[in-house]
Design a protein around this ligand. Structure first.
Ligand SMILES: C[S@@+](CC[C@H](N)C(=O)[O-])C[C@H]1O[C@@H](n2cnc3c(N)ncnc32)[C@H](O)[C@@H]1O
Length: 279
């Protein structure tokens, strides 16, 4: 889909339902979000490295930058970490239920309910945007990047992580032996993501694709985590659910081919980490 345009829809998302699902998961999200925490912390480490690099080249008066945003902040796990990076921190999420959890962190961030595809910020008003594992839920990725580009100041930074098309390929393959329906979310390929960023206004995006391997003693652990964070399927119009016990048993059998010599089942995510500067 390299011919994706700025206003093109990559996936149809019922945002009311998506917000409801993430909101319903909010209270137990953190207990199932080991992977999300690891990815966000890796992104934060990059952010600290780049601030150190910035410090070396810029006058101390310019750091820490004044206004930052955690876009798709979820339960706000990263807000206390981000608070030290700016004077005015915002956390934005589509799901009010997530924001309620985020409010309990006491990070001092200003919390806003909103959509990445229509950001409630003035043009060129933010110094940086951090966004971890949220942008893959957008309907029109290029539109989200255009919004990010619009609200960043010239020289402002975007640090984000998102999921790419090879994520959860084992689960997709196991489902294929059960039925023809789509049970796993679709994600952009690296080249589609690159294209969406370019359409959004970012030149020469610096992107890194990494494979994140998780290990579960049983398939139910993986399914529990997916459900526990509210990330059940959003982009199949037919909304194929898990189905009955018999189908789940067949799925479990099919997944056995991914059992490793150490006895654990593997599940992998293809994660993109991106660091970009707005011109
Ligand atoms: C997997 S969670 C990640 C949360 C947090 N960044 C983390 O890493 O723990 C995805 C979050 O993105 C939010 N989200 C999804 N689509 C969004 C959109 N269009 N605009 C803003 N937030 C969105 C969801 O409500 C959810 O809280």
């Amino acid at each position: 889909m390299s011919d994706l345009h700025q206003h093109d829809t990559f996936q149809r998302v019922d945002k009311v339902q998506l917000a409801r699902r993430f909101g319903a998961a909010a209270r137990h999200y953190d207990a199932h979000a080991r992977f999300q925490q690891e990815v966000g912390l890796a992104l934060l480490a990059r952010m600290s490295e780049s601030s150190v690099a910035l410090d070396k080249h810029q006058s101390p008066a310019l750091t820490p930058p004044a206004a930052g945003l955690d876009l798709g902040c979820g339960t706000g796990f990263f807000l206390p970490h981000l608070a030290s990076q700016c004077q005015q921190l915002h956390g934005l999420d589509l799901a009010p239920g997530m924001l309620q959890q985020a409010a309990r962190r006491g990070s001092g961030a200003l919390l806003l309910c909103g959509d990445a595809e229509a950001l409630p910020f003035a043009d060129q008003s933010l110094d940086w945007i951090f966004s971890s594992l949220a942008l893959q839920w957008c309907e029109r990725p290029a539109q989200a990047f255009a919004e990010i580009h619009r609200v960043l100041k010239p020289g402002g930074r975007l640090l984000f992580s998102t999921l790419l098309s090879d994520s959860l390929w084992q689960l997709r393959e196991a489902w294929r032996t059960v039925d023809e329906r789509s049970h796993v979310n679709r994600f952009l390929s690296l080249s589609q993501l690159q294209h969406a960023l370019t359409l959004g206004g970012f030149c020469a995006p610096e992107l890194q694709s990494l494979t994140w391997s998780l290990a579960y003693p049983s398939l139910s652990g993986l399914l529990r985590d997916l459900k526990g964070i509210g990330a059940s399927q959003v982009n199949d119009e037919r909304q194929a659910g898990l189905g009955n016990r018999q189908r789940l048993l067949r799925l479990g059998e099919a997944y056995e081919q991914f059992r490793q010599p150490d006895g654990m089942l593997s599940a992998s995510y293809q994660v993109c980490l991106g660091q970009l500067t707005r011109n």
